[in-house]
Design a protein around this ligand. Structure first.
Ligand code: IPM
Ligand code: MG
Length: 356
């Protein structure tokens, strides 16, 4: 198969981790007889430097005309002084919205080889951590009206949170269908004791649940969910939640696996074109030093193979190569453990390629 992949290297460690993910995709192409071509799409701080905006129109068109998009990470302190509408993160939000990517899937699971990195008590970790967060990605307070004004002599800031039924319904379907391929259990997270958007969320998710009698649904308040995630994460299979809650809980979910550098994510809309990225940020403090862990991005590339290109054998090959490298004791700095071999970003990428 021939596939055209838009590549957003981004800022900080973005370029180095994306380089390794591309090397892995090339190894897959060689082994399985595919052809992947790459189209550069500058976005984030580097695009602000070069084009004055975080998402140049040409980059957006490149993404919209490709089969899928691979992203490293964007942002950094260099652009902190940018006005809100021109921050690097703004480019990412515009891209998600323009591509219609309403569902963001973030798996949280413990790699057996890294179980010692789990910060939870051992008896809790041993019950297992293997769930996915399905986060609504282009609605809610992220995309409501934002303003800062002066009212009666003091500054006043406002961010509007709103949801429509259809926005909730489509992501709920994704959650139930994801659960059907897993352990058939959905936890919908909201703040329905306080927020109208959450009360609507709860009603619509319950209605959608009736179409999936083989999946059990329960509702949980977001404050309780934050607590349950560290008390007993084994109780979760699929979590579905709105944009801001999902942003926060998915960071918590990744941290309890002990290795935020290992976690990929996929964002999809109605079609098969998706955006695939690691969930960690641009880590400017270690950028350009060959210290970053490329595994989150490499596993994101595996998700692209699986979900956008329907290449499951190829995705399996990547995931198995990552497992094999870990089993052989190779570790980047963020997951280093006694008795293991410390490798840099490039060497980790090469070792994974060798195992494909
Ligand atoms: C994420 C990030 C983004 C978000 C930022 C960079 C805008 O934190 O993908 O989780 O809040 O969605
Ligand atoms: Mg986040």
């Amino acid at each position: 198969m021939n596939k055209r992949i838009a590549v957003i290297r981004g800022d900080g460690i973005g370029p180095e981790i994306v380089e390794q993910a591309i090397a892995v995709l090339d190894a897959v192409a060689r082994r399985f007889g595919h052809q992947f071509t790459y189209a550069e799409a500058p976005m984030g701080g580097c695009a602000i430097d070069g084009w004055g905006v975080p998402l140049p129109e040409e980059s957006l068109q490149t993404c919209l005309s490709s089969d899928s998009v691979l992203l490293g990470a964007v942002g950094g302190p260099k652009w902190d002084a940018q006005p809100p509408h021109n921050r690097p993160e703004r480019g990412l939000l515009q891209l998600r919205s323009a591509m219609g990517l309403f569902s963001n899937i973030r798996p949280a699971r413990i790699f057996p080889q890294l179980s010692a990195a789990c910060p939870l008590r051992q008896d809790i970790a041993e019950r297992g951590i293997d769930f996915v967060v399905v986060r609504e990605l282009i609605g809610g307070v992220y995309f409501g009206r934002h303003s800062t004004e002066t009212v009666e002599g003091e500054a006043k800031a406002t961010d509007i949170m709103s949801y429509t039924e259809s926005e909730i319904r489509r992501v709920a379907h994704v959650a139930f269908q994801t659960a059907q391929k897993r352990r058939h259990h959905v936890t919908s997270i909201d703040k329905a004791n306080v927020l109208d958007t959450s009360r609507l969320w709860r009603r619509v998710v319950s209605e959608v649940a009736e179409e999936y009698p083989d999946v059990t649904l329960r509702h949980m308040y977001v404050d309780n969910a934050a607590m349950q995630l560290v008390r007993d994460p084994s109780q979760f299979d699929v979590i579905v939640t709105e944009n801001l809650f999902g942003d926060i809980l998915s960071d918590e979910a990744s941290q309890i696996t002990g290795s935020i550098g290992m976690i990929p994510s996929s964002s999809l809309g109605e079609g098969t074109r998706g955006l695939y990225e690691p969930i960690h940020g641009s880590a400017p403090d270690i950028a350009g030093q060959d210290k970053a862990n490329p595994i989150g991005t490499i596993l994101a590339a595996a998700m692209m193979l699986r979900y956008s290109f329907s290449m499951s054998a190829e995705a399996d090959a990547v995931e198995q190569a990552v497992s094999a490298a870990l089993k052989d004791g190779l570790r980047c700095g963020d997951i280093m453990a006694p008795g293991c071999t410390l490798v840099g970003c490039r060497e980790m990428g090469q070792e994974i390629c060798r195992r494909i």
